[in-house]
Design a protein around this ligand. Structure first.
Ligand code: GUN
Length: 284
């Protein structure tokens, strides 16, 4: 079998166009504030891309860049000011944060109605309760990709490889809510390869370059590769050995150009949802 490539770039562009037309039809301009603390180069690239994509969709985007030695109290005060600002519909604090700041305290300080990352405990609770509100962007993007690829999920068996709060855990909750039988595997799982082989839908989000090999993939499985890893030679690779896995899978996402572009598209979608929910306009 040779897998169909799931074109995340194309799906993301379509979603961004939909978001832009929804923004154009609103009687107000949604606002997104992105907070970057410190000078991590990868975070700086992510934040710039989010800011640009938001502006392109007609969202009023602003980036607040704070120095690396910012105290937790100063960041909490910044978040409080954004919570109180009526022109701000979405707040995103880029992770990771410097060691002197506890990410959990900052996330918990964000108004849940403006939490476009979906990381606040209230929004996490709603997702796990089966009544999702604002949902983390990367797993939300994976659900969009699966839908666009025509994968019918109900009753299938999925394996989520990775248990992070940003991807693995919310991914498992979204799939469970979609009537999937979900296994969450991680670094302590015994016989990872055997667990993977049982999956009809395999979602890799461990951050280990090309860890998932071809013989870990069941014939006809759908493989979603969330990993983006830069190798010493500069190449970007996913968590799956794509060519090997594609020999078994029915469909697979490439890296780059798979899940990555969906994260930003879903952030824009979340921002408009938050804006409409806060300002009382129909969601469309
Ligand atoms: N760092 C890596 N991914 C993310 C994300 O989705 N949101 C935030 N805020 N920081 C991140």
């Amino acid at each position: 079998m040779t897998a169909t490539l799931i074109d995340g770039k194309a799906v993301a562009l379509r979603l961004r166009a939909t978001v832009a037309s929804r923004v154009a039809a609103l009687p107000f301009q949604p606002g997104l504030a992105v907070v970057l603390v410190g000078d991590d180069p990868a975070s700086a690239v992510y934040v710039r891309n989010k800011d640009r994509a938001a502006a392109k969709a007609g969202i009023a985007a602003r980036t607040l860049h704070l120095p690396a030695d910012t105290s937790e109290a100063t960041l909490l005060a910044t978040v409080a000011a954004l919570n109180a600002d009526p022109s701000v519909d979405g707040i995103l604090v880029q992770l990771p944060l410097p060691p002197q700041i506890r990410a959990q305290s900052v996330i918990a300080a964000i108004d849940p109605a403006k939490d476009v990352d979906g990381f606040h405990p209230v929004n996490v609770g709603h997702l796990h309760d089966g009544r999702p509100t604002l949902v983390p962007c990367t797993p939300l993007g994976v659900m969009h990709l699966l839908a666009e690829a025509g994968v019918s999920l109900r009753g299938t068996r999925a394996l989520v490889l990775g248990r992070s709060a940003i991807v693995g855990k919310p991914m498992a909750a979204l799939l469970t809510n979609a009537d999937v039988t979900v296994t969450v595997a991680h670094s302590r799982t015994r016989d990872l390869a055997a667990e993977c082989r049982r999956a009809e839908v395999l979602i890799a989000a461990v951050g280990r370059p090309e860890m998932v090999r071809g013989d870990w993939v069941a014939d006809g499985a759908v493989v979603i590769d969330v990993g983006i890893n830069r190798l010493a030679d500069g190449r970007l690779v996913g968590d799956c050995a794509t060519a090997e896995c594609a020999a078994h899978a029915a469909a697979i996402t490439p890296v780059p150009g798979g899940v990555g572009p969906m994260t930003i598209a879903c952030l824009l979608d979340n921002t408009v949802r938050a804006a409409v929910a806060r300002r009382g306009q129909p969601a469309g």
